[in-house]
Design a binder for this molecule. Sequence first.
Ligand code: ZN
Ligand code: MN
Length: 465
Amino acid sequence: MYKPIIGLEIHVELKTKLKMFCQCKADFFGKEPNTQVCPVCLGLPGALPVPNKKAIEWTIIIAKALNCQVNQITKFDRKHYFYPDLPKGYQISQYDEPIGINGFLRIYKKTDSSQIETKIFRIRRVHLEEDTGKLIHEKDTTLVDFNRSGVPLVEIVTEPDFNDSEDVKLFLEELQTVIKYLKVSDADMEKGSMRLEPNISVIKIKNQKLKIKNNTKRKEKQEEKLPNYKVEIKNINSFRFVKQAIDYELKRQIALLEQGQQPIQETRGFDSKKGITYSQRVKEQAHDYRYFPEPDIPPIRIDEFWLKKIVKIIPELPEERLNRYRQKFNLRYESAFILTRNKDLGDYFEEIIKRVLSKSPQLKIDNLPQLIANLIVNKKVSIDQPLEELEKKILEIILPKKADESLLNDVINKIIKENVKAVEDYKKGKENALMFLVGKVMKEMKGQVEGKILIEKIKNKLLNK
Ligand code: ZN
Ligand code: MN
């Protein structure tokens, strides 16, 4: 029996105006190559880096949203490696004092029996670094564009808590949603502002059942032990590809183990056309990077005061919102889930409820929020429409249509016929009797009629008689 052990490294590019350590603009996407550069981000001798305060604050926001502990003292380190897209020969990153540590993110999962299950995945660290330049491979040459060099990049590292690719996908989707709520990054995988690197290994579990019977402790110990290798897959740019890459890699590694071979520690790429991974290079160990503290940037203190100010900006996150929609609006899980996947969608939903209720306070429809949620989820209305149009359309849909008018008349006539006593009472001046009839009609119409209109209609009918 084999148990997959999977951890994740996610890089997220911040959408600050300026780069991490210089005054160059950070919005490099689609710009003329090498037009947003300066001595600092080109790594010219003597240039001094000055950290971008906003980038630090946004990283703290991400760390907090991922339930991390924020270190009071944080510092930058140099991570050395040689590659043409790295002009300094090192990347300014964070080594032993990252901004955030020991966090977690919860995912929601539907089980086979349609129950909602939650799972927690631990986050080891959240740190801040600079992005590298971009290599553009042409026929016989490789060109370098340094516009991306020095753009603030947040790295999120999980513990190896995942055992299957489906959980990885759900986790990444939740993480992307959280980042987008925070509005600190586009987290757009096609543009490369969110990049995914799973690391994968497999452990053999021997005679599992036997051990549980004989010695539970021994079993736990064995399960805790991690394999002595891991395979890292570089820069995957879609959730689907991550799943494919993991599934392929698990098969490959299990096949090796079955043949009595040991998979080696290495970095692999993913060929999305063939759906396979391929060896790139044997993985460096941390000491190969010769990390040491960045001498040009003093350590940074994150005090209580600053932290409190930053935390205040964090909006309601998707999970909280999901729970609120379930409780306050009594929404079904699926609707609440879809509406909270996109902050704008949820904002629209709430705005529409507010508008519909304020314009038509008489509207007494059971489960109005669920009704509106259905219209949005089933794409009967689109949030690209101006709110006024949307509201009009929703009112048209949920209020009785012209075609229902005859049905309403039939129901009113029927109720009047069936409740002779109430009709007489009303004619004698008992206002309560009218409301009794209104209630009866309303019940028959399942609330799909506006109270004010209904009162008028019944009144008219009774007085004309
Ligand atoms: Zn620059
Ligand atoms: Mn990194």
